[in-house]
Design a protein around this ligand. Structure first.
Ligand code: ATR
Length: 272
């Protein structure tokens, strides 16, 4: 056992959070590495986020992941934000320093791109227009990484247009914000569509979008995959993104880079 003197603690803060598969993933790694520790779901209301993050050090947590709706608000609470997270404008992971300072980083980009590459080795960001649905913290990481990977045209659609416009104005480059009413038509000629909204999660409504105009050759990423798969589109689901973004988090918290094994993937997949 690498840390026999310490019980290792980490978790995921979200609201809601009980649907999260992160505890299953991280607790598998604790077992695999014969470490005494646990990873817990932390149901934190948005108004309690600052108090919850500040409590991590006193409770002995190495850090936490952040999920909907905390990724942007947490940026204003932590003490340091690394360059990548600053560019994205959201943090997905907090590391507690020995002195209690909170460092924010973003592993969503790594998880998203790594997963697409694992699932679709021939994938290229510049293969054609990409439609991104949603404009929260997750979307910021997706848009940023797609632009970095060389996407030529990103059609960004969000229920609240101002948030999509904000990302397009801030990131510039290939990102164009389109009104929500155009979401069905914006799929025309797309090489890829990415759902970054909370729609489709347990207890949330399904995303209100017609895939009729999405070419059959397009790659559908994330939650839309259930609907898209029925039409024969190639799909990449959010599970691989989750598994892959756990690796750099573990490296930062515990100094170990765990493996995403087929057994782990199959175990989590069985619960979806
Ligand atoms: P995160 O930072 O983790 O991405 P978030 O900021 O709460 O979380 O973003 C959630 C996304 O899901 C937003 O794009 C949100 O749209 P709004 O900006 O209009 O709130 C989107 N979303 C949530 N419920 C939705 C629904 N019923 N229909 C369409 N979009 C929805």
């Amino acid at each position: 056992m690498a840390h026999p003197d310490r019980f290792l603690l980490a978790g995921v803060m979200g609201w809601p959070v009980m649907h999260s598969r992160s505890p299953m993933l991280h607790n598998y790694w604790f077992k695999q590495h014969h470490l005494a520790g646990t990873y817990v779901p932390l149901a934190i209301r948005p108004e309690s986020l600052a108090a919850a993050l500040r409590a991590l050090h006193a409770l002995g947590f190495a850090g936490c992941n952040l999920t909907i709706p905390h990724k942007q608000q947490a940026m204003t609470i932590v003490d340091e934000v690394d360059a990548l997270a600053r560019s994205i404008g959201a943090i997905s992971c907090v590391v507690v320093r020995p002195d209690g300072a909170l460092a924010g980083t973003n592993n969503d980009c790594y998880g998203f791109i790594q997963n697409v590459r694992q699932e679709q080795p021939g994938w290229r960001a510049d293969a054609g227009p990409i439609a991104v649905i949603g404009a929260g913290g997750g979307s910021r990481a997706v848009c940023y990484s797609l632009a970095q990977e060389g996407a030529k045209e990103i059609r960004l659609l969000n229920r609240t247009f101002g948030r999509a416009k904000g990302i397009a104005d801030e990131f510039g480059g290939p990102i164009r914000a389109l009104p929500w009413e155009q979401r069905h038509d914006a799929l025309e000629g797309a090489a890829m569509v990415v759902n970054t909204t909370s729609c489709g999660m347990v207890g949330q409504p399904l995303l209100d979008i017609s895939l009729d105009k999405l070419p059959k050759t397009a790659l559908a990423a994330d939650i839309i995959y259930i609907a898209a798969r029925k039409r024969g589109n190639r799909t990449v689901n959010g599970l691989g993104m989750l598994l892959n973004q756990g690796r750099p988090a573990w490296k930062a918290w515990f100094g170990i880079e765990p493996e995403v094994t087929p057994e782990l993937r199959a175990m989590v997949e069985r619960t979806i």
